[in-house]
Design a protein around this ligand. Structure first.
Ligand SMILES: Cc1ncc(C[n+]2csc(CCOP(=O)(O)OP(=O)(O)O)c2C)c(N)n1
Ligand SMILES: [Mg+2]
Length: 314
């Protein structure tokens, strides 16, 4: 129940009551919950048995179905590609349409966790691993390799697909070599937007001009250049190819699926265009209270106003 999943505790109706099922008394009681102390699985089974025959009001189900339909329309618009810059959502849509329902996707940091959560149409239980706990850069490929090791035991014929940004790739990529070495095949999509684009977006959204997040905006960089991810991945023994657009990405993805070993597919995406805008929630971040720039103090007031929706209770 951390910031991303709770909108920093703003996404609940004021009168909503939580049931805290936890083996630790201290944790079960948090957030003014109705505390249920016990093992999670046994607790859920017991609660389910107690709820046998319970049916929620039809209006509630209808609302959920209508919201789902509206969201599906948002996703369809986000993933559509054609005459516009390539985006994370488009890449996600292409892969989503080509995977087997039991293939597994893994991502972790940057803009991809939110983009996958918003735009991936989940096809099977336990097939989407978004490292939302800490959004830890570097988990993508290393965690993907771990997921693939587990998957080879349970569902050896399915694929593990990793979505990773250029920044995370640079931080931790060596398990590409491990996956080739151990013959635990991965399909890795490196989506390169020229730096820490999601942090750049956050910087802009808090009233500041771009500074030091995109490689092009780094004052310590005399001549910016992009990493040759394809050559880098190939040096670790993987198949690697660079594609120019989402249509090419689809063809490359099918080649990667047919291949016996790890494939790395690289595509450039736009750092500014094509972000998912729907479904955003408030996020408790520290912003500057005092600044010479009115844009910063204005955004500060806006962010602080969001606190009013935060749920009370520890
Ligand atoms: C280990 C670690 N260090 C720093 C961060 C803070 N951080 C979150 S996203 C991000 C940039 C990630 O860049 P990239 O993988 O290219 O994704 P993009 O922002 O372009 O979507 C940073 C520095 C983090 N989440 N994890
Ligand atoms: Mg990036």
């Amino acid at each position: 129940m951390q910031d991303f999943t709770t909108g920093s505790w703003t996404v609940f109706a004021p009168d909503a009551r939580l049931i805290g099922l936890n083996v630790g008394r201290h944790d079960a009681a948090k957030h003014l919950s109705l505390a249920v102390v016990g093992d999670a699985r046994l607790g859920l089974e017991t609660l389910a048995a107690a709820l046998a025959g319970h049916v929620v009001p039809a209006a509630w189900t209808a609302k959920a179905q209508a919201e789902r339909k509206a969201w599906d329309a948002c996703v369809a618009a986000n993933v559509a590609h054609g005459d516009r810059p390539a985006s994370y959502a488009q890449a996600i849509g292409v892969v989503n349409a080509l995977v087997h329902p039991r293939d597994r996707v893994v991502t972790a940091a940057g803009g991809l966790p939110a983009e996958v959560t918003a735009n991936w149409r989940t096809l099977g239980v336990g097939t989407v691993d978004v490292e939302f706990g800490f959004s830890c850069m570097g988990y993508e490929i290393a965690g993907g390799w771990g997921a693939r090791i587990a998957q080879t035991e349970a569902e050896p014929d399915q694929d593990t697909v990793v979505f990773v940004g250029d920044g995370s790739y640079l931080l931790l990529n060596s398990d590409i070599y491990s996956s080739v070495l151990t013959q635990k095949k991965l399909i890795i999509l490196v989506l390169d937007n020229g730096g820490f684009a999601v942090i750049n977006k956050l910087q802009n959204n808090t009233g500041q001009p771009s500074f030091n997040n995109l490689i092009a905006d780094c004052p310590t960089v005399p001549v910016p250049f992009a990493v040759d991810f394809e050559a880098h991945a190939r040096a670790m023994g993987a198949n690697a190819e660079t594609v120019a657009n989402p249509a090419e990405l689809g063809a490359a993805f099918l080649r990667a699926k047919a291949a016996a070993k790890t494939s790395v597919i690289i595509m450039k995406v736009d750092p500014y265009e094509g972000w998912t805008t729907q479904g955003h929630a408030w996020w408790e971040i520290g912003t500057a209270q005092v600044s010479a720039a009115p844009s910063v103090t204005e955004k500060h007031a806006e962010v602080e106003a969001g606190r009013a929706a935060q749920r009370q209770g520890l």
